[in-house]
Ligand binder design. Structure first.
Ligand SMILES: C[S@@+](CC[C@H](N)C(=O)[O-])C[C@H]1O[C@@H](n2cnc3c(N)ncnc32)[C@H](O)[C@@H]1O
Length: 313
C-alpha cells in the first residue's frame, strides 16, 4: 500500500502501514462482503450520487447510502487521529460499525456510532457483543444532526460532500476544542484540513472508480474571535483583537502611547501562539485558550520569560 501525505499544497511519500482489522467472524466477514456488494450495486459512484443529490433539497440531510470504509483506510484514519485508550470516538453515519469497533477492540478506546439504518445499527451492536466490547462501543438509530458530540475526542465521517458541509457548523460549534475530526474522502470545503494523506486502495476502484482514499484531519479550534485584554505578569498590557476563520487567526494589538503590532498568530485546538512587536521589542506568547480566558508564557528576550493571561471582553 502506498501512502502520500499532502500538506500545505505539497505532496510527499511517507511510507507504509499494516492493517489491524477488528477480526470479525466468518459470518461477519460474509455479511460485510454482502453489504459491500450490495453497496457497490446501490452506489455506482458516491461522486455521481453526490451530484445527483446536489439540487435535491429534501435530501440535504442524507449522507448517502452504506458504503463501508475498507479496513486499511479505517486503520489509517484512527492512526491519523492518534486514537488511544483515553479517547471517545463518535462515528457519524456508522454503517456496519467498523470504525468504532476497531477503535474499541484494537485501541481500547470507547465510543459510539449513529446511523439512520436500524439493520446496520443492530448488526453493529451484535458485533460489539460478540467482541465483548459492548461496554465501550454502542450504536444508535439517530440522525447525525442530533448526535451528542459533547463526549467526543475524535469524530469520524464518511459522508457525501453536501452532508459534510451541512455538518460543518455543528462540528465546529458543538465539539470541544482539540477534538480530532477525521474524514474518508470528503471535506468541509472552506474549513481546510490540518493534515491530509492519500492512500492507494485498489479495491476502492470497484466502488467509486478511484483506487485511492483521501483521509483528512482537522483539529477543532478554540473560538477566539473578539477583543482580549492581555496582561503580562509584572509587565505590559495589550488590547488584542482577533479575527478567526476556523483555525486561521489574525488581528491587532495595541497599548496606549506605543507602536505595537500583532504577528505570527496561530491556533491548533486550544493552543495559541502569537507575537507582539512592541516598539523595538519582540514578545512571543504561547498559551492555552479556555472559553473566555487564555494563559501561558511569554518570551521577553534576553532569556527572560514571564506568565501572561488574557480575558475576552
Ligand atoms: C458511506 S457510509 C459510511 C459507513 C461507515 N462510517 C464507514 O466508514 O464504513 C454512510 C452511512 O451514513 C448513514 N447515513 C446517511 N445519512 C445519515 C443521517 N442523516 N443520519 C445518520 N446516518 C446517516 C448511511 O445509512 C450509511 O450507513
Amino acid at each position: 500500500m502506498m501512502m502520500s501525505r499532502v500538506s500545505a499544497g505539497a505532496r510527499r511519500e511517507t511510507g507504509q502501514r499494516s492493517a489491524t482489522a477488528f477480526c470479525p467472524t466468518p459470518a461477519g466477514v460474509l455479511a460485510r462482503a454482502l453489504d459491500y456488494i450490495r453497496a457497490m450495486c446501490v452506489c455506482l459512484s458516491l461522486c455521481t450520487i453526490s451530484s445527483a443529490l446536489a439540487g435535491a433539497q429534501e435530501l440535504d440531510r442524507t449522507g448517502g447510502p452504506f458504503v463501508p470504509t475498507p479496513q486499511v483506510v479505517v486503520d489509517q484514519m484512527l492512526h491519523m487521529a492518534n486514537v488511544g485508550a483515553k479517547d471517545f470516538v463518535v462515528d457519524l453515519g456508522s454503517g456496519d460499525g467498523v470504525i468504532v469497533l476497531t477503535a474499541a477492540s484494537q485501541l481500547r478506546a470507547a465510543g459510539y456510532g449513529v446511523d439512520i439504518d436500524p439493520a446496520l445499527v443492530k448488526y453493529s451492536n451484535a458485533e460489539a457483543n460478540r467482541l465483548g466490547i459492548s461496554d465501550r462501543a454502542s450504536f444508535h438509530v439517530q440522525d447525525v444532526f442530533k448526535a451528542d458530540l459533547s463526549r467526543a475526542t475524535v469524530i469520524t465521517l464518511y459522508l457525501l460532500p453536501s452532508m459534510m458541509v451541512n455538518l460543518r457548523p455543528k462540528i465546529f460549534l458543538e465539539s470541544k476544542p482539540g477534538t480530532r475530526v477525521v474524514s474518508h474522502d470528503y471535506n468541509f470545503d472552506e474549513w481546510e484540513p490540518d493534515d491530509q494523506v492519500v492512500l492507494d486502495v485498489p479495491e476502492k476502484e470497484k466502488v467509486n472508480g478511484v483506487p485511492r482514499a483521501t483521509i483528512s484531519l482537522w483539529i477543532v479550534p478554540a473560538r477566539v474571535q473578539g477583543k482580549w485584554q492581555v496582561q503580562v505578569d509584572g509587565g505590559e498590557g495589550y488590547d488584542m483583537t482577533l479575527r478567526q476563520k476556523y483555525q486561521s487567526i489574525a488581528g491587532s494589538a495595541s497599548a496606549p502611547g506605543k507602536d505595537t503590532k500583532l504577528t505570527y498568530a496561530s491556533l491548533r485546538g486550544e493552543e495559541i501562539s502569537f507575537t507582539v512587536i512592541d516598539g523595538s521589542a519582540r514578545r512571543s506568547f504561547i498559551g492555552k485558550v479556555s472559553g473566555d480566558a487564555m494563559q501561558g508564557t511569554v518570551e521577553l528576550g534576553a532569556n527572560r520569560t514571564a506568565r501572561w493571561s488574557a480575558t475576552r471582553s
